[in-house]
Design a protein around this ligand. Sequence first.
Ligand code: LMR
Length: 398
Amino acid sequence: WWDRIKPAPRDPITGVTEAFLADPHPNKINLGVGAYRDDEGKPVVLQCVREAEAKIGGSEFLESISAGVSSKLVEESVKLVYGKDSNVIREGRFAGVQALSGTGACRLFAEFQNRFFPESHIYLPDPTWSNHHNIWRDAHVPQRTFRYYNRDSKGLNFQALLDDVKNAPDGSFFLLHPCAHNPTGVDPDEDQWREISHQFKVKNHFPFFDMAYQGFASGDLDIDAKAIRIFVEDGHVTGCAQSFAKNMGLYGHRVGCLSVLCSDTKQVVAIKSQLQQIARAMYSSPPVHGVLLVSTILSNPDIKSLWVREIKVMMNRIQRIRAALRDSLEKLGSPFNWEHITKQVGMFCFSGLTPNHVDQLAKEFHVYMTRDGRISLAGVTSGNLSYLANAIHQVTCC
Ligand code: LMR
């Protein structure tokens, strides 16, 4: 039966974790996956999650998820995106469903796109999170890319981005990262978002936002949602995938939300039921525990404000690491410009290291990252920082 089946290629991100785990070296460092770690390099269970666990302990039914809990999750999640006092929320103009984290939300939307817009493409930023390519491929939606990143300035290629938006056929689907772009850490500023939104309006494009890192760009949930709110103010119909993997440290629980804005309640009913039907055939419903945790955190004001403070703590640690890594490289006398380490935002630094540098770092220094040179700064600690800076200095200078 199975002889003709060859192994799938290694995933560019999870493959890094596999290589790291297989390395017995005591000084090894994993800068691959974008999952938060504390200054000891340990995964963190947030205090808000502990408090939510204490509240729900024993109360959950081990039945498939009840509609009530599920809609609480959606109701609270969308407030984080559109703003609790926004017209969208007041008028209930969104079709929202819980999803298996950000990946699941993207997958549901991609399937929906394929089903109802079979002629359409998805425009992905170049570069983007590697899994976006897999998700839309498996949903049979053809892909195109739009220019995003300028390799020379290590910043945004704004003019090229606008040109690609203008040159795409009217009514195209675009995927945008509203904050903390993965993998580059480069976001448009507010004026640039306004200009992008304006061009989308002119071209009648559909913006689909993948918001996997809300809170990690600025430390503030509202500021990180600003790009989406600009589009909504401009009257766009939008879609948004949300993940609680990073900002609540719930990677393993797979909690997320997909919302699609609509013009009226008739559309809300139609779209929501279609999304539910797609989910029903793929996995039916998500596991109940994570959904309860997130809805408890978001609907309890005290636990929610604790969460907001904890996001700031995570974000501040990453900011300190950015400054310290740049400083260490400069102190080592590196002839290269490392300004982008502190200019980029979010969990990642798109370092500019080449695939050869990355291979050498793994082989000689047991430092692991994706081959595009993306560093997950969450993996850097006060304890391994100087070892890492020295390793980067050695591979780039010697
Ligand atoms: C990443 O980019 O490392 C994260 O989004 C984790 C993942 O699942 O790829």
